[in-house]
Write a protein that binds this ligand. Structure first.
Ligand code: CU
Length: 574
């Protein structure tokens, strides 16, 4: 029987049984390579896929199986790709984290990522080795609801915006700068990119700006020409937004239009109407907007830096009302973001994000609570980030394989601390700023409920505490609450157990704490880390390992390095 007939039969059966039977396998052949590109009109070298930057957008339906055959065409370095927000239930080796879930794919070699996309939503993928995300290795992954199912909101059309930040210094040079003694900070990005496009040496809105930037004179065919969203009047559109920034926290607004948040990180939200929205690295959203403004005009969509003193111009694209010509620039100045350091605004925005009625609720009680203090430290003069005084260094043998096969010499099995000293003052630089390197592996009992309290603190410099968006692999967690100062067990009474949002990324605000809860029900070894690329690179992460004994046979290609490679060779020669 031909595959078309099998598929048809499956669909007929689905009418009687369940549409999941129609789940499709989707096959992709990708080659990762360096190429010349001008993301912000300045030519540079980017990491692209199949000659594209950003990488190709994947569209699938919930329940589909994806097969991505990834060939590494980088001449001299390994590569992996992480599927951000996908649970990888049953396929933890396909999570795409070098040294955690798999060995990096060597130059010239191919690795097949096989996994199921089980939940509709807005996702993205990106490199997770060294600073390859900063080099431009990212793209969109959109999962639509399965056939016959409906989203809990209506829209007439949709657009996708993948946000990132861009430096003119190469990611390799950035890496060396960050690893130097004394550390050389990478500084603020030169340009913000929307779908890989930005303008460095000109502005679309020079007319409205006080700076000396000249008006862009782009034909539209350039690699840096902005996207234009063409809309019809009196329709509702879904805007999918994902932030793959290496550093920048962002704020997005559509001139004259309100937006309603309806989805975050692949989970539905109680509709939340805003005039602008914050978005941190690692987060995704869907917002709805209605084209109810004067149709003879066009409008700006602006993306601005928040949370750090901005030194990067806004990114702008145009919302074009058909039939108005797209070349008519909006006649009002672009929307202005709230002040970069108005953290009350940021906290208020984040705390109003709540789960849609009927969403899964968190267990009422936790089995274990891990408190993670985030500090900036010096180790032998090198600037690092540390969690409970341990700065993460990744081992040569990926954790998943070494734990699964009981290779005890692959990393330091000493239990990392569950808390930090009662005398530690989070509002001041630490009196003893020394910390050590560690493996940061927390072994979680399978199917237990884990609370994580992320505790922010003062950095090395007095009166400085930064924003850190933390991302968990393999799970969504409930965000139970945010608070200021040092977390206290009494703060538990403030936890929202009624309608906390499920997310895979949550931010800690300066000097504050954020409380998360999740169930350790996904066998594997999962990274949990700050999504700011330089911070992770400087040690800001831990690993949660749970139910690893339930992990089925890990494909050999994921194990071909370190002690697991030795194990494979010994098995072959026995
Ligand atoms: Cu961080």
């Amino acid at each position: 029987m031909g595959s078309a007939r099998v598929f048809l039969l499956c669909c007929i059966l689905a009418i009687f049984f369940h549409s999941v039977l129609c789940a499709k396998s989707r096959h992709f052949k990708w080659e990762v390579e360096y190429m010349h590109w001008a993301p912000d009109c300045v030519e540079a070298v980017v990491m692209g896929i199949n000659g594209q930057f950003p990488g190709p957008t994947i569209r699938a339906r919930a329940g589909d199986n994806l097969h991505i055959e990834l060939t590494n065409k980088l001449p001299t370095e390994g590569v992996v790709i992480h599927w951000h927000g996908i649970s990888q239930f049953g396929t933890p080796w396909a999570d795409g984290t070098a040294s955690i879930s798999q060995c990096a794919i060597n130059p010239g070699e191919t690795f097949v990522y096989r996994f199921k996309v089980d939940k509709a939503g807005t996702y993205f993928y990106h490199g997770h080795y060294g600073m390859q995300r900063s080099a431009g290795l990212y793209g969109s992954l959109i999962v639509e609801v399965t056939d016959g199912e409906k989203e809990p909101f209506h829209y007439d059309g949709e657009f996708n915006l993948l946000l990132s930040d861009w430096w003119h210094k190469s990611s390799h040079e950035q890496e060396v700068d960050l690893s130097s003694n004394p550390m050389r900070w990478i500084g603020e990005p030169q340009t913000l990119l929307i779908n890989g496009r930005g303008q460095f040496n000109c502005s679309l809105a020079a007319l409205f700006s006080n700076s000396s930037s000249s008006q862009c004179n782009l034909r539209g065919s350039e690699q840096c020409a902005p996207n234009i969203l063409h809309v019809l009047p009196n329709k509702t559109y879904r805007l999918r937004i994902a932030s793959s920034t290496a550093l920048a926290s962002l704020n997005l607004a559509i001139g004259n239009h309100k937006m309603t948040l309806v989805e975050a990180d692949g989970n539905y939200l109680e509709p939340y109407s805003v005039s602008n929205m914050d978005i941190y690295s690692g987060e995704t959203y869907s917002v709805l907007f209605t084209t109810d403004q004067e149709g003879s005009k066009n409008y700006w969509i602006s993306v601005s830096v928040r949370g750090r003193e901005p030194n990067t111009p806004q990114a702008l694209i145009i919302l074009n009302y058909i039939p108005t010509s797209a070349s008519n620039l909006p006649n009002l100045p672009p929307p202005v973001a709230p002040l970069w350091n108005d953290y009350n605004y940021s906290r208020s925005f984040s705390s109003k994000i709540l789960a849609l009625k009927g969403s899964p609720k968190p267990p009422k009680k936790h089995d274990r609570r891990i408190i993670l203090l985030n500090t900036q430290n010096l180790i032998d003069g090198y600037t690092k980030w540390a969690i409970n005084n341990l700065s993460l260094v990744l081992p040569a043998t990926p954790y998943l394989g070494s734990i699964r096969y009981g290779l005890n010499n692959a990393f330091d099995h000493k239990r990392p601390p569950e808390n930090f000293g009662p005398d530690y003052d989070v509002s001041k630089p630490a009196s003893n700023q020394n910390s050590t390197y560690g493996s940061g592996v927390y072994m979680l009992n399978f199917n237990t409920t884990i609370d994580v309290i992320l505790q922010n603190a003062n950095a090395l410099q007095a009166n400085v505490s930064e924003i850190h968006p933390w991302h968990l692999h393999g799970h969504d967690f409930w965000v139970l609450g945010y608070g200021e100062g040092r977390f206290n067990e009494k703060n538990e009474t403030q936890f929202n157990l009624k309608n906390p949002p499920l997310r895979n990324t949550a931010v800690i605000f300066p000097y504050g704490w954020t409380a998360l809860r999740f169930v350790a029900d996904n066998p594997g070894a999962w990274a949990f880390h700050c999504h700011i690329e330089p911070h992770l690179h400087m040690g800001m992460g831990v690993v949660f390992a749970e139910g690893v004994q339930h992990v089925k046979k890990i494909p050999n290609e994921a194990l071909a390095c370190g002690l697991t490679a030795k194990m494979l060779m010994n098995n072959v020669h026995k």
